[in-house]
Design a protein around this ligand. Structure first.
Ligand SMILES: CC(C)(COP(=O)(O)OP(=O)(O)OC[C@H]1O[C@@H](n2cnc3c(N)ncnc32)[C@H](O)[C@@H]1OP(=O)(O)O)[C@@H](O)C(=O)NCCC(=O)NCCS
Length: 464
C-alpha cells in the first residue's frame, strides 16, 4: 500500500473505520485476511490515482556509475512495508523501532513486540489488537506442520551442508503444496491472485520454525524436535524447537530479533530477490527460497555469522580483555589483508543502525557484564575512526549484524553457522507481506533494461 496522499488516505481510513477492528455483525475481531480484503479495493484505486497523476514524472537522471555501481540509489521499486532513511534507519509502515516497541502488542509479562503484530502492521498499515495477534499465533501454530517428505529432505542433508542451503532446499520443496501454484494451474483470475498468495504466505511463515528447528537439531545434535504448542506465540514456539523455550529472556530476544530483522525496504538483496522472482508468478515458497539464497551471502545475511567468526578469531589472537591498542591493531590487520570488517558499513545507512541500538539496549538490560558484549562495545568505539581513516567505506557505523550473534551466543546458541537461518525466518515476514500486495495490486513481471559496455561507449561517443 503506497497511500501517498494524506487526503486519500484519511478518507479511505474513515470509510473503513467502522470495520477496522471488528466485524459489524458479530463481536468477533476481523481476521488478517478479512481486514486485507477490505483494504485492497481502495488501494487499487489509490495506485491508479498515483499513476494517473504522477505516472509520467521523472525521478531524476540515471548515472552510468549507477549501472556499474550495483544500482545504488536508483529509484526502481515499490515496497510498502518499510522505508529506509540513510540517517534515521528503518521505519515499518511509518513507525521507527522504538515506536513499534511501544505500540505493538506484547506477550503476557513480556516487553518486546510480538512479531505477529509486526506482520499485521506490515500487511495492513495498522496496529492490531491483542486478540488479533493471539489469533495469528494460533493460526500459525495450526499451519506449522511440514510434509513428511520435506522432513526427509532435511534429514538426508549431510550435517556439513550449510544450514542456509538446507533451509533453502526445504522452503523450495514446500512449493509442492502451494495454493497459488494449484490455483494458477486451474485458471484462477488475476483479480483473485492475492487470496492463494495470502494462504501460501501464511503457510510459509508458519512452517519456518519446524524447518529451522529440524535443521538446528540435525546439524548440532540437540535431541528430538518437540511439537509446536498452539497456546504459545510464534517466537516462543521457535525458541522451544531450538531448545531454549524455558528461558524467558531468550524468548524475548527472539521476539525482538524477528521483529527488527523482518524488513529493510525493498532494495536489499533478499527482499528484492523475493519480489523479482514473485513477479514471474513463482509462488511464495519458490520466491522466498530464492530470497534465502541471496541472504546466504557474506555481504548480506551471512555477515552475522562472519562477525562472530571474526570476534572469536580476534579473541584467539589477542586474548580476552585485550587493550584498545591491541584491538585496533587487529582491526587494521583485517583491513590490510583485504577483508571487510564484518558488521560495519551499509549500502544505504549513514548512521548507526537503529537495529544495532535496539540490540545494544537489550544487552544493557539483560547481559550488561557479558564479555563478548563488552568487546562489541569496545569495537564500536574503535572501528568507525579506523574505517574513516582507511577512507573507503561510505558508512563507518555498525549495522544489525554487528550485534545479533553476541546476544544469541550469550544464551548458548553459539553455533554461528546457524545465525543466518534466524535472519531468514525473520525476513520472511517482510517479503511475504510484499508478495501479497504485489499480487493484490497486479504488479507486473520485472524486466529492467540492461546495456553492454560497448553500447554505453557508443551512446556517449563524441559527447563530452
Ligand atoms: C554492507 C556493504 C556490503 C555495503 O557495501 P557498499 O554499499 O559497496 O559500501 P561502500 O560504498 O561504503 O563501499 C566502498 C568501499 O568501502 C569498502 N567497505 C565498506 N564497508 C567496509 C567494511 N565494513 N570494512 C572494510 N571495507 C569496507 C567496500 O568494500 C568498498 O571497497 P572497494 O571500493 O575496494 O570495493 C559493506 O559495507 C560491507 O562489506 N560491510 C561488511 C559486511 C556486512 O556487515 N554486511 C552486512 C550488511 S547489513
Amino acid at each position: 500500500m503506497a497511500l501517498p496522499s494524506r487526503l486519500a488516505r484519511s478518507s479511505v481510513r474513515r470509510a473503513a473505520f467502522q470495520h477496522a477492528r471488528w466485524s459489524s455483525s458479530a463481536a468477533k475481531p476481523l481476521s488478517l485476511k478479512e481486514r486485507l480484503a477490505e483494504l485492497i479495493p481502495a488501494e487499487i484505486e489509490n495506485v491508479k490515482a498515483i499513476r494517473a497523476a504522477h505516472g509520467k514524472k521523472s525521478f531524476g537522471p540515471v548515472l552510468v556509475d549507477q549501472l556499474y555501481g550495483g544500482m545504488r540509489g536508483l529509484p526502481a521499486l515499490i515496497w510498502d512495508g518499510s522505508v529506509l532513511d540513510a540517517e534515521e534507519g528503518i521505519r515499518f509502515r511509518g513507525k521507527s523501532i522504538p515506536e513499534i516497541q511501544a505500540a505493538l502488542p506484547k506477550a503476557p509479562g513480556g516487553s518486546e513486540p510480538l512479531p505477529e503484530g509486526l506482520f499485521w502492521l506490515l500487511v495492513t498499515g495498522e496496529v492490531p489488537t491483542q486478540e488479533q495477534v493471539a489469533e495469528l499465533s494460533r493460526d500459525w501454530a495450526a499451519r506449522a506442520a511440514i510434509p513428511e517428505f520435506v522432513e526427509e529432505i532435511i534429514d538426508r542433508c549431510p550435517p556439513t551442508l550449510h544450514p542456509m542451503s538446507q533451509f533453502s532446499l526445504a522452503v523450495t520443496a514446500l512449493n509442492h503444496d502451494s495454493a497459488f501454484a494449484k490455483a494458477y494451474q486451474s485458471g484462477i483470475s488475476k483479480k483473485e491472485y492475492w487470496g492463494p498468495t495470502f494462504e501460501d504466505a501464511m503457510d510459509l511463515i508458519a512452517k519456518l520454525p519446524n524447518i529451522a528447528g529440524r535443521i538446528y537439531r540435525n546439524v548440532f545434535g540437540q535431541g528430538k524436535l518437540p511439537a509446536i504448542d498452539p497456546a504459545k506465540d510464534y517466537s516462543h514456539n521457535l525458541a522451544t524447537l531450538l531448545g531454549f523455550g524455558e528461558n524467558p529472556a531468550f524468548v524475548e530476544l527472539l521476539r525482538l530479533y524477528i521483529t527488527i530483522h523482518s524488513d529493510h525496504e525493498g532494495g536489499n538483496v533478499s527482499a528484492h530477490t523475493g519480489k523479482l522472482v514473485g513477479s514471474a508468478l513463482s509462488d511464495p515458497f519458490l520466491s522466498y527460497a530464492a530470497a534465502l539464497n541471496g541472504l546466504a551471502g557474506p555481504l548480506h545475511g551471512l555477515a552475522n555469522q562472519e562477525v562472530l567468526v571474526w570476534l572469536r578469531k580476534m579473541q584467539t589472537a589477542i586474548g580476552e580483555d585485550a587493550s584498545d591498542e591491541a584491538v585496533k591493531e587487529y582491526i587494521w590487520s583485517t583491513l590490510k589483508s583485504g577483508q571487510v570488517v564484518p558488521g560495519y558499513g551499509h549500502a544505504v545507512l549513514r548512521k548507526t543502525d537503529p537495529r544495532y541500538t535496539a540490540q545494544r539496549e537489550f544487552a544493557l538490560k539483560h547481559l550488561p557484564d557479558d564479555k563478548m558484549f563488552k568487546l562489541v562495545g569496545q569495537i564500536y568505539n574503535l572501528v568507525p575512526d579506523i574505517l574513516l581513516e582507511a577512507g573507503k567505506a561510505k558508512n563507518p557505523w555498525p549495522n544489525v549484524d554487528a550485534h545479533s550473534g553476541v546476544l544469541l551466543t550469550h544464551y548458548g546458541l553459539d553455533q554461528m553457522q546457524y545465525y543466518t537461518v534466524l535472519f531468514g525466518v525473520s525476513r520472511a515476514f517482510g517479503v511475504a507481506a510484499q508478495l501479497i500486495w504485489d499480487r493484490a495490486l497486479g504488479a507486473p513481471l520485472e524486466r529492467p533494461k540492461s546495456y553492454s559496455s560497448a553500447a554505453i561507449q557508443k551512446m556517449f561517443k563524441d559527447k563530452p
